[in-house]
Design a protein around this ligand. Sequence first.
Ligand code: WTA
Length: 650
Amino acid sequence: MADIESLLKEKRSFKPSSEFVKQANWNKKTIKEYRKLGAKDPERFWAKMAKKNVSWFTPWKKVLEWKPPFAKWFVGGKLNVSYNCLDRHLVGDNAWRRNKAAIIWEGEPGDTRVLTFGDLHREVCKFANVMKGLGVKKGDRIALYMPMIPELAISILACTRIGAVHSVVFGGFSAEALRDRIEDAGAKLVITADGGYRRGSPHALKPAVDDALEGVSVVENVVVVQRTGQDTRMEAGRDHWWDDLMKDASAKCPPAKLDSEHPLFILYTSGTTGKPKGILHTTGGYLTHVTTTAKAIFDLKETDTYWCTADIGWVTGHSYVVYGILANGTTSLMYEGVPTHPAPDRFWDIIERHRVTIFYTAPTAIRAFIRLGDEHPKSHDLSSLRLLGSVGEPINPEAWMWYHRVIGGKRCPIVDTFWQTETGGIVISPIPAGVDTKPGSATLPFPGIDAEVVTETGEPTVPPDGGFLVIRRPWPGMLRGIWGDPTRYKETYWSQYENIYLAGDGAHRDASGFFWIMGRIVDVMNISGHRIGTMEVESALVSHQKVAEAAVVGRPDDLTGTAIVAFVTPIMGKEAGPELIDELRGHVTKQIGAIAKPAQIRFTDALPKTRSGKIMRRLLRDIASGKESVGDTTTLEDYSVVASLREGDE
Ligand code: WTA
């Protein structure tokens, strides 16, 4: 029997236009050659990429040292990440980039700032000197709790300049979550702001830092950026205003020559229970991975204005707002606020005004836009766009089609990029000139990434059966461990199969070898002995014209073992009643079969999501089976969503 059964039959396929193919960074021939090399000799492939895309002070002696499950890449090599993102764009053939925009920033109230590579270099050097002045040394951990403002990018780049290890904590987390992360990393310095703008008003951050630091002795200093000008308590001796420290800081700060395996950052991901895991990334391998994938997958060009909507508090913001983009000398747009302020067309307005060419966002945002209606994007000129990307969750085929049609004007290739905080960079994705995309499939592994879908016993699955997504060989951007917890690192990722990385996602491959991610393994439902992933049933629901978003979970059932419960968000203005329930049950049966027909359908205006926009099915499972929720809920974006779903139960 299949480990996970695949029910969805998606037949549509889309070719990149010949104009796109002609101008692509990686053409069909290159891709073929790299795929071949990556499969035969991945170390040689990555070494080639490291040489081509990254500047080194000292070359490495050994490409890979693999003592499972611990990997070292480019052993003996020395480099600096901020040098790669900044200095190398100011010299030689690239010297003209000094006056090219590195960051185009837009605040939620509409204020804007443009920092050229020259400006950014100066600010980074100055802040690196500020940190040195506060006693920060190579290897020290720095916690950042900030809004999406240029100072966040400046701060992390300044850390990399001197070899300090940054740990960015998303500004939406609570004081308690911040304290856990500061203590776990042993951070010596915290960088924050008085507040940031969200949904039209200033949202304070500094009070949460004060609460988090109560009784915490490791932190010596706090640097506070003035963003909103709101009243802010400053503790004498500990707290300093950013501007005061920067005023007299020197703009000369040579980049530290760091070992390839020097720790670059820690980023916490929340497990479903227990304390969050501090995912550790290091320097040379990570930079090689993100710089190479960004160039190939986003097809970054000198003339692009690239916009990734992720917050720098998530790995997507680290790898593809800052490092992978600036290292390629590309202009990165940063936006501070929410997509719907002051109106539901804010994103489309930004794209039109700044003439954005590449747009990278998450399925959760796409589904929210579908719900709001097509009139918002349609009222803007989006013709500057030439490539679209998706990340964070499986994208339902109908959401993909909407993205393709309404945002991409049917002309932009879509790259559905699968990866994780743990993988550091994209591991499965179309390379736009090289594959015909299918809505809902992340297509193929990047060259040099040995991904596979396997059964419980580790054999590759036979299409169309699904199984467990794994990576069979180390890759340069892979996590190097969980901060301070090697045992948990081994248990979580390396204990199911010997020396093989377990991603924790279910997937299947189709007859052409394409990968289809089916959702997290823990969410798989067992219906009358059939193991069914969440993605396909949800996609069947979303393919109904009145549905914007759906989440399915299993609840215990005497007859079938588990029964499917669907939580459905209709498109705004669409009637949600008993008739729609019947229609949807019929629709799912027709789309994928009676086995997947939901036993119960509930309508809701919103689904419980993590702060990075992923549906939290664990909480829905508890609601569906009438249980209290246990385990960590600090990552929940909006508790009132759960409360109102529970009320509906009574
Ligand atoms: C999910 C985000 C399907 C998946 C970069 C993964 C995806 C988790 C995709 C990692 C995609 C991310 N298709 N699922 N294109 N991208 N995921 O650590 O479940 O925030 O394991 O990293 O998101 O989330 P994380």
